[in-house]
Design a protein around this ligand. Sequence first.
Ligand SMILES: [Zn+2]
Length: 302
Amino acid sequence: MSDLINRSVGFLCSLLLLIPISGYSENHHQADKEFKVTQLTDRISMLQGRGGNIGVLSGEQGILMIDDDYKVMSSALQKALSPFGGEEKLTYIVNTHWHGDHTQGNLHFGHSTPIIAHDNVRARLLTAQEIKLFNMKSEPYPEYALPSITYEKSLTLHINAEEVEILHLANGHTDGDSVVFFKKANVVHLGDHFFNGFFPFIDVDHGGDVLQMAKNIDHVLMRIDEKTVIIPGHGPLGDKQDLLAFKQMLEGTAAEVKKMRVAGMSVEQMQAQGLTAQWDEWADGFLSPQVWIGIINSSLDK
Ligand SMILES: [Zn+2]
């Protein structure tokens, strides 16, 4: 659990690091600049650094990498890729969505590797973006760091004897989310449709929607089984039961906020009252119940 907390706090600190006015020293985080590698199958591994979890499929046809962390992690990521053949063996990068903790590595790895993403990810990265909740701003990405291969509904890659289905789930965490199924290996990378064990950030200002995210997860749950290994966007490796619990939390907490809205409470009153105790453990590590209530409320406003 402490690992989870450290990682989550690291995630939040990383977001804070991007605040332009912050005088936060990079040195404070030097020790964080390495990746923890977890081998899932003979060809698939999960890499955990400071941003979103990375999936790697390696083999004779090179490396397929799902997400690429913050730019400050690029040299550490470069090192972490050596056992898989090194950066020069990268064949494709997939961006699960536009957020910097999943795409800033494009600024390094995009020089030599084609990037695949949903149409809306390219559109977002072409212009300046802001996430108000974290006071985080990003500049437009240069051409080489943009997804050069985009798709609308789904796209399948056949690489390293694996069938990799990249599927768009509309309006969940953002408006451009992809989930990636490694069909033969029975592994799936869910991007930020899954924060394993804690309240998630949902980017309502950029097309995210709490209840639609729960519906999208239902779709994933129908497609996986008890043996499926799930790489979440954030948090530890998960399975079907973990994903189901996460979906039930989304629905259960949204129902509580809905009820408070029907009772005529303002968002401040809802935040003061809080959620019922059954959701306490989900507040452990990243967002407080108050911030989560605010996200649900703005999602229900849409
Ligand atoms: Zn995200």
